[in-house]
Write a new protein. Structure first.
Length: 94
């Protein structure tokens, strides 16, 4: 199961996110999402865990305080499709 983790401290890295969830079971992957231009954390990330461990981890960590921030943890949803913006769709140039 893919888990969304929001309201992360900006100083958190992938290893710290992984260790936060390892107390609830096996973690397949953990990644903090970073801005592609600055490399700074965007304040959220994703953790992949087996379904059997994921539900307990979500319940235990949602609303939990970590480094002064209350985490928002839930099952990740599929990303919504956004319309593609092509250069030719901008209309006339003046």
């Amino acid at each position: 199961m893919n888990i969304y983790v929001g309201n992360l401290p900006y100083s958190m890295d992938d290893a710290e996110l992984r260790s936060l969830f390892e107390e609830f079971g096996s973690v397949d992957a953990a990644s903090v999402i970073r801005d592609k231009f600055t490399g700074r954390s965007r304040g959220f990330g994703f953790v992949e865990m087996p379904d059997s461990d994921a539900n307990a981890a979500i319940e235990a960590t949602n609303g939990r305080s970590h480094a002064g921030r209350n985490l928002v943890v839930n099952q990740a949803r599929e990303r919504e499709a956004r319309p593609r913006f092509d250069r030719d769709d901008r209309g006339p140039r003046y």
